[in-house]
Design a protein. Structure first.
Length: 298
């Protein structure tokens, strides 16, 4: 394709957007509103999944150690635990540290009367997992190390299973709803752009009768749809860019919600910004191609 021809296509596309500005504006805002809804739901779903991931990371396995173990035997037990598949990290927690942790968690009233000389806690290993889904498997493997000095393994299997179930539900529902919203957006925008093309069907028919090729007629409309889609995708991208930080800041200013940790702004925008632009261009392209196709059959 010659550069002069490309310039002609772009010039005609821009002229068409300006000439049919009211219809173009309607199409741009249809694209923007649809993509904005999809982007907002993605942000909500991504943050819910992020929060679930934080909860999952807090679920560890506490392994209480036999009090009679020597330092060498403790080291051997730690090495055996590290060799278990899907164990991400092993952290030693002394009896003193365990008592301090219990005091912080349950309050001083719950641990009143206990001190270094009267400490019911045991030395233990805190096991962090690569994935919460392997909780039961790792727990069983640790329980089999009784001969190496494992006195007790805290069972949090039920809580782990609940978190896994909730996390899976969030992922599935998020994927389904984003897919539905994206499909609805494509239908709405395709119909909007089809109205624009229908309004110019006489022009298309005349060009076809005088011998213009299908692609010569189609390219200006394709580029026009891509321009409309790009402009429509830019609006929600910038709204999310400038609005996300302010919204999470306002939520964190609420006293009883200040404990919630949201995804960083740059992480969200790394996906939302290109997603909005690319989706806008693709929807505009799809709408233009499908809409102009039937008018080429003269």
């Amino acid at each position: 394709m010659k550069p002069r021809t490309i310039r002609y296509y772009i010039k005609e596309a821009i002229r068409s957007v300006v000439y049919n500005r009211f219809m173009s504006i309607a199409s741009i805002f249809a694209v923007a509103s649809s993509i904005f809804i999809v982007a907002i739901f993605y942000i909500i779903a991504a943050n819910i999944e992020f929060l679930m991931g934080q909860l999952e990371n807090q679920i560890s396995i506490a392994v209480r150690i036999d009090e009679t173990l020597s330092e060498a035997e403790q080291s051997r037990l730690e090495q055996r635990i590290r060799e278990i598949p899907n164990v991400a990290n092993v952290i030693f927690q002394s009896r003193k540290e365990a008592l301090e942790s219990a005091t912080i968690t349950f309050g001083e009233v719950a641990t009143r009367g206990f001190d270094e000389n009267n400490n019911p806690m045991r030395d233990s290993f805190i096991i962090e997992l690569t994935d919460l889904a392997f909780h039961d498997e790792v727990e069983r493997a640790i329980a089999n190390l009784g001969s190496y000095g494992v006195a007790q393994v805290d069972n949090r299997s039920d809580f782990a299973q609940v978190l896994i179930a909730i996390s899976n539900i969030v992922r599935i529902v998020s994927a389904i709803l984003v897919g539905i919203l994206a499909s609805i957006s494509i239908i709405i925008i395709t119909n909007t752009i089809r109205i624009t093309v229908n309004a110019r069907k006489t022009e298309i028919n005349i060009m076809k009768y005088v011998g213009a090729t299908d692609w010569f007629i189609r390219w200006p409309f394709v580029i026009e749809g891509m321009i409309i889609g790009l402009l429509g995708g830019t609006i929600p991208a910038f709204v999310c860019l400038f609005g996300y930080g302010r919204v999470i800041g306002s939520i964190n200013d609420i006293p009883f919600l200040d404990f919630i940790v949201f995804l960083p702004e740059d992480h969200i925008m790394m996906y939302v910004f290109p997603f909005s632009l690319i989706l806008g261009v693709l929807i505009g392209l799809l709408g233009s191609v499908t809409s102009v196709k039937k008018h080429l059959k003269v």
